[in-house]
Design a protein around this ligand. Structure first.
Ligand code: NAD
Length: 334
């Protein structure tokens, strides 16, 4: 089995490559632009051992991508490559359109010339706000709220159209909020841990009552593998843990785990513009393939804190003023 992993130097992508490299004897290639979010260090040991072939490239570069895939001849192409941070998409949507829309379009054009099965990593954010106790199934209308989620929804729709029109073989996965090792410090859980370790209070945008479903990245990796093994072509699969918690609950758990005082060590910043109140999905479809999540939120957060405590070398160079240390990272004027 030969697997090309686009965006395999980022958070979920590198966890997925590490997971496959440790569990299976597959041939693996990572193709990644190494933006500010992608780090060669995340997979360097595997490349140096000859376990993974690494190509630095942009998914929107048709010539290079086409050449790399024609040489490697993958059975599956798993695409994690994306601009992913909502705060950044508020400040400047243009890289999100270039990678998440034009980049996906380029991948699809290249796919026309291959027999590979395309596994696309989308997001629960494409469904937008879920009110009351509603849970989105895979055929729920797409109703994105941020430039990030709109660009991801556009990618999903393009893929469906290429499946229908050109017969491309694809499977779309929509995971909920992931956390775990190698996640960039700009994202909520690492940012909170790192701010507390740097003597700064944790910051919550708005009142923190926004609800998310939290999944450990190892469970997501197993879900992706399951869809590769048992999923159907032209199908969409939600990946969720049904472990709902508000941002305030997550931040409070982290503050307590790190021995800080929730009353003193949490501050409330400006609400994030356009932020969704609640994401929630039904996951019966992927559970029907035989997958279910295994890592509870308490255990998962503890493991994640331990990883950040032991790997300061990894996160220290990524701590920036705007997206990690600032209480209000976006500017509405751009
Ligand atoms: P990340 O930001 O950590 O990593 C993205 C990777 O893509 C980086 O290695 C980056 O260098 C690479 N990349 C960006 N633009 C590229 C381009 N034009 N060409 C080639 N490589 C490029 O992201 P992540 O959190 O690991 O997310 C991976 C995927 O999962 C994304 O598609 C995201 O939308 C989706 N997702 C993430 C979450 C989450 O909670 N992290 C939840 C649901 C869905």
């Amino acid at each position: 089995m030969r697997i090309a992993v686009l965006g395999g130097a980022g958070f979920i992508g590198s966890n997925f490559v590490r997971y496959l490299a440790s569990h299976r004897s597959m041939d693996l290639m990572v193709y990644d632009k190494l933006t500010y979010a992608g780090r060669y260090e995340n997979i360097a040991d595997l490349v140096e051992k000859g376990r993974v072939l690494f190509v630095r490239g942009d998914i929107a570069n048709e010539e290079l991508l086409s050449h790399a895939l024609a040489e490697f001849k993958p059975d599956f192409i798993v695409n994690f490559a994306a601009e992913t941070h909502v705060d950044r998409s508020i400040n400047d949507p243009s890289p999100f359109i270039k990678t998440n829309v034009l980049g996906v379009y380029t991948v699809l054009e290249v796919l026309k010339k291959t027999d590979s099965i395309y596994i696309h990593i989308s997001t629960d954010e494409v469904y937008g706000d879920l009110w009351g106790d509603g849970e989105a199934s895979e055929d729920w209308p797409l109703n994105p709220s941020s430039p990030y989620s709109a660009s991801k929804a556009a990618g999903d729709l393009l893929i469906k159209s290429y499946g229908r029109t050109y017969g491309i073989r694809y499977r779309i996965l929509r995971p909920c909020n992931n956390y775990g090792p190698y996640q960039h410090p700009e994202k909520l859980i690492p940012r909170t841990i790192i701010r507390l370790l740097n003597g700064k209070p944790a910051v919550i945008y708005g009142d923190g009552s926004q609800v998310r479903d939290w999944i450990h990245v190892e469970d997501t990796c197993r879900a992706i593998e399951m869809v590769m093994q048992r999923g159907g072509d032209s199908e969409v699969y939600n990946i969720c843990a049904n472990q709902y918690a508000s941002i305030r609950e997550i931040v409070s758990l982290l503050v307590s785990h790190l021995g800080r005082d929730p009353l003193r060590d949490i501050v409330y910043g400006r609400p994030r513009p356009g932020e969704d109140r609640r994401y929630a999905m039904k996951c019966d479809k992927i559970k029907g393939l035989g997958w279910s999540p295994t890592i509870g939120i308490g255990e998962g957060l503890k493991k994640t804190i331990e990883w950040y405590l032991s790997n300061e070398w990894w996160w220290r160079p990524l701590v920036d003023e705007r997206y990690v240390l600032s209480d209000s990272p976006w500017s509405m004027g751009g």
